[in-house]
Design a protein around this ligand. Structure first.
Ligand SMILES: Nc1ncnc2c1ncn2[C@@H]1O[C@H](COP(=O)(O)OP(=O)(O)O)[C@@H](O)[C@H]1O
Ligand SMILES: [Mg+2]
Length: 327
């Protein structure tokens, strides 16, 4: 059990599932900045988990954090949540409050990568515990717990102890505990990791609901297709530094590389130069879709397999962070 959740107090109102969410604003460059991370450094002894990283989270947006293991994603989330104070630099909510101050913390919820649940308690007891920690009492607390149980689709299992839950159910409850107090900013550190596809889909649906309700989300994941679907902007970090940040379209345009054509040839057409050998296939990288299609048409009658792949988030990720393995 970690004690990383902030001690905050924020009452539910009667309207909406997560009533502290402010009006839904269209995210984009014009939305005001909700959380500003400025030149933060985090040292552990001689090692730097974060190394002069700056990043703005805009109100109403879903910002994805992508990076290999050890990139600094969890450390960044902990600074954003105020459970860790940076060795250098500043983190400010609405340009004023530090997330480590109690008044600001109440507006932030975090679903930690390492589950923060009391496994000997029931689902409802966990939610009641965190809701009390955030300062809720009486009817407001009961209402908050009901809504969080409904969000996680755990109402039927409310009286069951958490140690009887599957990994997916525990992830769902972890998410529910992060939002029980209706925070403006919800930080989700790999919320879909290590769960079965059904629970993953369910957690993902919950994230879409939170987003639709106007919450600002910061969301780290290793699943590129989730980030592509959910995030308004994506930040790629590695070695504690921000490598790129932008919309999917911007990242693909700047860092996606070319369109790849891959073929297993039965004979080599005369009018095509050799590609790079990849196993028993050849690969060509073309600058645009038209040229890739033209090449594919030339290869078509000589290929036993043929694939054209436009640049996507995965190619962006590998272009920026390389292919060497991380532990
Ligand atoms: N409490 C800690 N003590 C020492 N080193 C740490 C600690 N937490 C994280 N690190 C190191 O900081 C770097 C970033 O870790 P982390 O933020 O967990 O990355 P990520 O979440 O992207 O995998 C890693 O090199 C990790 O080993
Ligand atoms: Mg992590």
């Amino acid at each position: 059990m970690s004690n990383r959740r902030p001690e905050v107090a924020a009452p539910w109102s009667s309207a909406g599932l997560l009533p502290n969410a402010t009006a839904i604003l269209r995210p984009g460059d014009t939305a005001p900045v909700l959380l500003q991370v400025r030149d933060v450094t985090q040292r552990y002894g001689a090692a730097r988990a974060l190394d002069g990283l700056s990043l703005a989270v805009r109100r109403g947006e879903t910002l994805g954090l992508l990076g290999p293991n050890g990139a600094g994603k969890t450390t960044l989330m902990h600074l954003m949540a105020g459970v860790l104070a940076p060795t250098g630099g500043t983190v400010l909510l609405d340009g004023r409050g530090s997330p480590s101050s109690p008044a600001t913390r109440r507006r932030i919820g975090i679903a930690p990568q390492d589950l923060a649940l009391y496994t000997e308690l029931t689902a409802e007891e966990n939610l009641r515990f965190f809701a009390r920690l955030y300062g809720l009492r009486g009817r407001a607390l009961s209402l908050a717990v009901e809504r969080a149980l409904a969000l996680a689709e755990l109402t039927a299992r409310r009286h069951h102890r958490v140690h009887t839950f599957s990994g997916g159910m525990q992830r769902r409850l972890n998410l529910a505990c992060a939002v029980v107090h209706g925070p403006d900013l919800v930080l989700l550190d790999e919320p879909t990791v290590g769960v079965d596809p059904q629970s993953r889909g369910h957690v993902f649906d919950s994230l879409e609901r939170l987003k639709a309700l106007g919450h600002t989300l910061v969301y780290s994941t290793h699943y590129m297709e989730e980030a592509e679907r959910l995030c308004d902007r994506i930040a790629v970090i590695d070695h504690g530094r921000l490598l790129a940040c932008g919309t999917l379209h911007e990242l693909v345009r700047r860092h996606g590389g070319g369109h790849r054509v891959r073929a297993r040839l039965t004979r080599h057409p005369d009018d095509v130069s050799s590609g790079t050998i990849v196993g028993d296939e050849q690969e060509w990288v073309l600058p645009d879709a038209a040229q890739a299609t033209e090449l594919a048409l030339k290869l078509g009658s000589s290929a036993s397999s043929l694939a054209v792949r436009p640049p996507d988030l995965e190619t962006v990720f590998f272009t920026l962070t390389g292919r060497s393995l991380r532990d």
